[in-house]
Design a protein around this ligand. Structure first.
Ligand code: PLP
Length: 400
């Protein structure tokens, strides 16, 4: 099924002003149906969850619907879906809880490709638990992990491997399934940061081999929150701190305090919006089909971008750091004679929104040897048009 980009764009009021947004890796624009879901949930009767009134039933319904939507998104039963304030908050919370099970002499494995969200919480937890951290090292030339570090990082002592599904800085998609298989062989759990991954993939948590998978709906047309996805049986074995009167049922026990029902309604609407661009009997099938259409569109546009910048890269004026064979349509550029922030500012004067920075990808930025201002990140979304990509290419040429 081919994506009708004009029809797709018509759902995003923010696109009408003429700005071209190349910052989807930072957060996408919002379709009307998602905004309406927040409005609708707050306008309807709403109270704390229960069965005694329409208001209470509505709240319960938003929660059930959310779990079922993210179950369909990920292929995991609804009982394995946990709402959180953000991917960062979820990772911090779980890192503290999981670290309690790490004995002395054990190890964890982190990666130099990850956003700091999937690094620092584990580093801090490891320091407190006196656990050794081993690293999957990033090879700047290939945008992939070095074979040596992959071979050496996971040992008999590994308790957890935390790795990204896709880099928000350079787009690389590591082979998570291979790492998961190695981790499971030694009895370690696998925590996958799917925040950038979920924006560009049909998510199949089982195929990734992830025990935990975290994503953020605001990267795929939803509201600003995080979602933790895990096998419900596994969640039974994880005991978080909780208030005495609050339920000890899973997944509720991981969700501290009253849930933001209107946000859950919007997070569900984002999944339904994506599914509406695909075909199939079930929502999950429609999600798969929609992602196939998005991926075909984005990979065509990425080709247009790469071709448009090829001369600047060949003559050395532009360096493209996004080199992995498997990658999302997220490209990081630096310039031999220009500061990325200046180029970003110049583009913004032409309604081309491509920010410069390192985007909290602290370890990758170090491994790539990027300076303080990082690089210009051009990330494509399903609503990006070929006209916008051509405008961007022309503007980069003019700016240099
Ligand atoms: C790959 C990746 N992981 C984690 C995060 C943090 O997500 P959140 O803002 O939900 O904490 C981001 C945010 O940009 C990201 O791109």
């Amino acid at each position: 099924m081919e994506l009708d980009v004009t029809a797709f764009r018509s759902h995003f009021p923010a696109l009408a002003a003429g700005e071209a947004y190349f910052d989807g890796a930072g957060g996408t624009q919002t379709p009307s149906s998602v905004a309406q879901a927040i409005f609708g949930a707050l306008q309807a009767p709403l109270s704390n969850r229960g069965a005694g009134s329409l208001a209470a039933r509505n709240a319960a319904w938003y929660v059930d619907d959310f779990r079922s939507a993210y179950g369909d998104l990920s292929g995991v039963p609804a009982a394995g879906i946990v709402h959180g304030r953000s991917a960062t908050a979820l990772t911090f919370d779980f890192s503290r809880t999981l670290a309690r099970t790490w004995g002395s002499g054990t190890e964890i494995v982190l990666s130099q490709l990850d956003h700091d969200c999937n690094v620092r919480p584990w580093v801090i937890a490891a320091q407190r638990a006196n656990v050794t951290v081993r690293w999957l090292e990033l090879d700047a030339e290939t945008g992939q992990f070095t074979a040596e570090s992959v071979a050496a990082a996971i040992t008999e002592r590994t308790r957890l491997v935390a790795v990204t599904g896709a880099s928000n800085l350079i787009g690389s998609r590591p082979d998570v399934a291979v790492l998961s298989a190695a981790a499971h062989e030694v009895g370690a759990w696998v925590w996958v940061d799917g925040v950038h991954h979920a924006a560009h993939s049909f998510v199949d948590v089982a195929a990734l081999g992830a025990d935990f998978y975290v994503c953020s709906p605001y990267k795929f047309f939803g509201p600003h929150c995080g979602v933790l996805i895990a096998n419900p049986t596994l969640l039974q074995d994880v005991s978080p701190d909780k208030l005495l009167p609050s339920t000890n049922e899973s997944p509720e026990r991981f969700e501290l305090g009253t849930l933001p029902y209107e946000q859950l309604a919007a997070a569900t609407a984002a999944v339904d919006f994506i599914a509406s661009w695909g075909e199939g009997e079930t929502r999950r099938e429609r999600l798969r089909s929609a992602h196939e259409a998005f991926a075909a569109h984005e990979s065509w546009l990425l080709g247009v971008l790469d071709d448009g910048l090829a001369d600047l890269i060949a003559d050395g004026r532009v360096v493209n750091h996004s080199r992995a064979q498997r990658r999302t349509p997220t490209t990081l550029l630096t310039f031999t004679d220009a500061d990325p922030a200046m180029i970003a500012d110049e583009l913004a004067t032409q309604q081309l929104i491509a920010p410069a920075g390192t985007f909290y990808a602290y370890e990758p930025a170090q491994a790539l040897g990027l300076g303080e201002s990082g690089g210009l990140r051009v990330s494509l979304a399903p609503y990006t048009s070929v006209d916008e990509v051509e405008r961007l290419v022309a503007a980069v040429h003019a700016a240099l």
